[in-house]
Design a protein around this ligand. Structure first.
Ligand code: FAD
Length: 387
């Protein structure tokens, strides 16, 4: 049973969900934890994991089985994110992008032909996708996007660029959001190898180092009509994708916090100062007690959000609250744990500093901490403060 579980969340799970969480935790312990520090140090994505992610059903967990997905519920998907992020936020990012930002829009907005063409390969990991919304000059305000498609014979010409795109350097396809001749936001599928399409890698990151991030550059790329997502129209379409991914993040970061917390509990019991384990000092106990409380609150928030997702009742604002709260919780927990380990806290011999650095991206991507606060503020007051 994955720990900590102070409020017996495990007992709230179905037998199938219990099996999923245990299986994915074992996978994370076996396949991610032993290698990830090395890949993070090298700033390299462990490409060999893609096939394994596919094999154990981590891609497209909620997509119906007829398209190769898992046909599972949202709590199962959340638990997968949690256990993979216990290993590394970058690995969970790849799963979030593939499942929520690539497979889900193809499923929700794609034609039957597009679903049959792309989803089975994406589910096995034979195909990898990325999601291009952010641009160099438009991050928090995607409505300002300048990437354009203009009508030409049998299709469109795509021009513009996207920035900070997870998986871009090795993705086979990209879900791209661009404005058409009428100024309407449209979604399309760009394929590697299309003339004028390149994906330069972004180097020099101190966060999510084991995740590959890049640009998407489009120079008069011909996009055939059949690569346009027919049912995506307006900015609402990419924002609905972000809802799904943010939901997964709200669960995922709990895994990073759990890994830091468990490392710190063990270290505090073993590290002797002033002739006592540092766990014996009240200040250490205060840190640990508060961390466990915050992790538990985040688990309950994620679990309840999962039940609302399963009922189709979760709102964008509820998802914003959970993403914002749980990422900040995880970052605070990781920083506190780093302190408990003293100098050892900065060493790559322990996972904590990597989690701290990773979470600095997670608190920014998929809507920054402050933007989610303003989304909540707008719901409370009826006044949008971010425009
Ligand atoms: P900005 O929008 O420039 O914001 C800078 C600061 O200003 C922030 O603190 C923000 O909160 C604040 N701010 C902005 N507007 C307001 C306002 N109205 N009121 C108050 N404060 C405001 N994007 C994708 O499309 N696909 C991906 O796969 C993807 N992966 C990513 C991976 C990584 C590692 C990172 C770091 C980013 C990724 N992103 C991706 C981009 C990410 O979603 C953006 O970085 C994020 O939306 C913020 O945009 P920005 O960086 O341009 O910051």
């Amino acid at each position: 049973m994955p720990t900590p579980d102070f409020f017996n969340i495990y007992d709230l799970l179905t037998t199938e969900q219990q099996l999923i969480v245990s299986t994915v935790k074992d996978f994370s312990d076996r396949e991610i934890k032993p290698i990830i520090e090395d890949y993070a140090r090298k700033a390299e994505f462990p490409l060999h994991l893609i096939k394994k992610f596919g094999e154990i059903g981590l891609f497209g967990a909620t997509i119906p089985q007829e398209y190769g997905g898992g046909g599972l519920d949202y709590i199962s998907y959340g638990l997968m994110c949690q256990e993979i992020e216990r290993g590394d936020s970058g690995m969970r990012s790849t799963i979030s992008v593939q499942s929520s930002l690539v497979m889900w829009p193809v499923f929700a907005f794609g034609s039957e032909e597009q679903k049959r063409k792309y989803l089975p390969g994406l589910a096995t990991g034979e195909l990898i996708g990325c999601f291009g919304l952010t641009e160099p000059d438009h991050g928090s305000n995607p409505a300002g996007m300048t990437t354009r498609i203009s009508k030409t014979e049998n299709g469109y010409l795509l021009n513009g660029s996207k920035m900070w795109i997870s998986n871009a350097p090795f993705a086979d396809i990209a879900i791209v959001w661009a404005r058409d001749d009428d100024g309407k936001v449209r979604g399309l599928i760009a394929e590697r190898g299309m003339e004028g399409f390149s994906t330069p890698e972004i180097h020099n990151k101190w966060s999510l180092r084991a995740s590959a991030t890049g640009e998407l550059v489009f120079d008069n790329v011909f996009i055939p009509e059949e690569n346009i997502l027919p049912n995506a129209s307006g900015l609402k379409a990419p924002l609905l994708c972000l809802d799904k991914a943010r939901y997964g993040i709200a669960w995922g970061v709990i895994g990073a916090a759990m890994d830091c917390y468990e490392t710190a509990v063990k270290y505090a019991a073993e590290r002797i100062q002033f002739d006592k384990p540092i766990a014996a000092f009240q200040l250490t106990q205060k840190k640990l007690a508060e961390m466990l409380t915050e992790i538990t609150k985040a688990q309950l928030l994620a679990w309840r959000l999962g039940t609302l997702m399963n009922e189709g009742k979760a709102t964008t604002t509820q998802i914003s609250m959970a993403k914002r709260n749980n990422v900040a919780m995880a970052l605070n927990v990781a920083r506190e744990c780093r302190q408990i380990l003293g100098a050892m806290g900065i060493s790559g011999d322990y996972p904590i500093m990597r989690h701290v650095m990773n979470l600095e991206s997670v608190i920014t991507y998929e809507g920054t901490h402050d933007i989610h606060l303003l989304i909540l503020g707008a719901e409370i007051t009826g006044i949008q403060a971010f425009k």
